[in-house]
Design a protein around this ligand. Sequence first.
Ligand code: HEC
Length: 125
Amino acid sequence: MKHINSWMMLILLSVAFFSCRYDNEEELYGDAICDTSNVTYAQTVKPILTASCYSCHSVSNANSFGSGINLETYSELMIQINNGRLVGAISHSPGYTPMPQVGAKLDDCSIEKIKAWINEGAANN
Ligand code: HEC
């Protein structure tokens, strides 16, 4: 009988744990769950940067509006990724200039996708 009670507790705890996790995810991303699988440079990251960053950080705009920081070519983008500034800036972390410089912070899911791509090695894919 003692044995069975332990199993019941374990099952109840698992149910409680997983429903909590589900709640947290809903809180973070609203109704839609953020899908960070299959993120690529071309299909995921570049469209976000195109929409929110190239107005200042493209090859042609960087010197006039982007403080010389070019995010349009992969190799230049990698400099800002490797020195941690890109993630710091889009996450609005202390010690970094928050980006985009004008307009709203990127939505949480876009930030998560960029981080997922970086965590997977930031491939030129
Ligand atoms: C309206 C123009 C503008 C837009 C849009 C913009 N930036 Fe910037 N960005 C700047 C300027 C100007 C600086 C230099 C700011 C400074 O040094 O205080 C800068 C600095 C940065 C830096 C260096 C931050 C640091 O703390 O050293 C990064 C990284 C960056 N931008 C990334 C981005 C990304 C990613 C986006 C899009 C999500 C973006 N920027 C959108 C103008 C812009």
